[in-house]
Design a binder for this molecule. Structure first.
Ligand code: KG4
Ligand code: ZN
Length: 397
């Protein structure tokens, strides 16, 4: 019998609710973003986030049910994010989910947010009638996490809906998450918050910039953390060196290299100031900021992105080779990045494997992934009672 799960997600700055049938068909997927509230602070303000979740949670859940053409009574179970995340934010969704489950006498399923991101890949593939092959290497890359997992199940091969997945952590970031590096670089350059989507657009626009293309950014070399004087039109970061686990990541050096580079090149200051003023006027769209971005800044952004993408793709492919993985999965907010996707799509088939991503909507935080992750747990009877609590720190493996 079909199980329709109401998913609720509120771990950071999106209040989200969705209804997913049998972990594979999205009946509705509603996300209320708080971006406008946090933008002027250049990052998520936890206190403001939890207050906004309180305002949004009831209408968002109602809208998810309306769009699915359902009443609360018709829901088979409720899946909520337990952690990791901001505890004040988590508590809003978790408490609301708990109250609904108790009042309606429905099963309550607790979901790890990171596991939700993994399930977003499977959910997307199942929308197209496909099941990624296991074991898989899965890169979760977002504003809070950059982790590599070995994902497996009892049996290798396709993982149909309802399959209980197992996780083994292969590597993780030693410092900043990749999305955090995007956000911090955007802040240094006054490009607004969050930084990922705008840098993605600006870096891509550089590819069509005739001037930049003819100049060739790759000729210019600046070691990570050790910028040297020279043509400011381009910057090439040195290799990120990590001692110990070769599947770990590090992004703070790349961010610091941008910081030092800008300090050494005061010619960037006037445009940064101009953009800061534009942001204050509320002009935050790429189209509004682009006239205030010099070709040199586009080069810098393109170089930054190229370095981040090379790090992410390089270590993920290394893991896939070492593990003899059957597929490569990539999820989390940064998985929406155009260059990251294109690079994985180009490189993964060279290993004879297929790369799987969620759609852009399912890459960033949403509740459909939470409802999908709840499905195998519901089938296993892995449900919670009133004692369920939020966990700010909550490793998946
Ligand atoms: O998964 P997510 O919505 O929230 C967390 O769990 O962190 O990820 C948000 C992060 C932010 O750091 C944002 O800058 C980044 O994902 N991001 C991107 C893109 N879209 C969002 N980074 C690079 N390129 C993008 N297109
Ligand atoms: Zn997330």
């Amino acid at each position: 019998m079909t199980k329709r799960i109401l998913g609720i997600e509120s771990s950071c700055d999106e209040t989200a609710a969705a209804v997913v049938a049998d972990g594979s068909a999205i009946l509705s997927n509603v996300v209320a973003s708080q971006m406008d509230i946090h933008q002027k602070y250049g990052g998520v303000v936890p206190e403001l986030a939890s207050r906004q979740h309180l305002r949004s949670i009831v209408p968002v859940v109602r809208e998810a049910l309306d769009r699915a053409g359902m009443t609360l009574g018709e829901v088979d179970a409720i899946g909520v994010t337990q952690g990791p995340g901001l505890v004040g934010s988590l508590l809003v969704g978790l408490t609301y989910g708990k109250v609904l489950a108790l009042a309606l006498n429905k099963p309550l399923v607790a979901v790890n947010h990171i596991e939700g991101h993994v399930h977003a890949v499977f959910l997307e593939a199942r929308q197209m009638g496909r099941d990624p092959l296991l074991p898989a290497v899965c890169l979760i890359v977002s504003g809070g996490h950059t982790v590599l997992y070995d994902v497996s199940a009892d049996r290798p091969g396709p993982a149909p809906a309802g399959t209980v997945l197992r996780y083994r952590r292969l590597g993780q970031t030693r410092d900043d998450a990749a999305g955090e590096a995007y956000d911090k670089v955007a802040r240094l350059l006054a490009l607004g918050y969050p930084g990922g989507p705008i840098i993605d657009q600006l870096a891509a626009s550089r590819a069509t910039d005739q001037l930049a293309a003819s100049r060739g950014a790759d000729q210019l070399a600046v070691g990570a953390g050790k910028p040297k004087q020279g043509d400011p039109a381009g910057i090439r970061f040195g290799e990120v060196k990590i001692k110990g686990n070769p599947l770990d990541f590090s992004f703070s050096g790349i961010k610091t290299a941008v910081l030092y580079y800008l300090r050494k090149h005061p010619e960037f200051e006037p445009e940064i100031l101009a953009r800061r003023e534009a942001l204050v006027r509320g002009e935050r769209k790429a189209a509004q900021l682009l006239p205030l971005v010099s070709p040199q800044t586009l080069e810098l952004l393109a170089s930054f992105q190229r370095t981040v993408v090379a790090e992410l793709v390089g270590r993920t492919l290394r893991a896939a080779r070492e593990l003899d993985a059957q597929s490569v999965l990539v999820s989390g907010g940064v998985a929406a990045n155009g260059e990251l996707r294109a690079t994985f799509e180009r490189e993964v088939p060279k290993l004879g494997l297929e790369a799987f991503f969620p759609s852009r909507e399912l890459s960033t935080d949403n509740a459909a992934m939470i409802a999908a992750a709840a499905y195998p747990k519901l089938l296993q009877g892995d449900c919670q009672g009133a004692a369920l609590n939020a966990e700010a720190v909550f490793p998946l493996a």
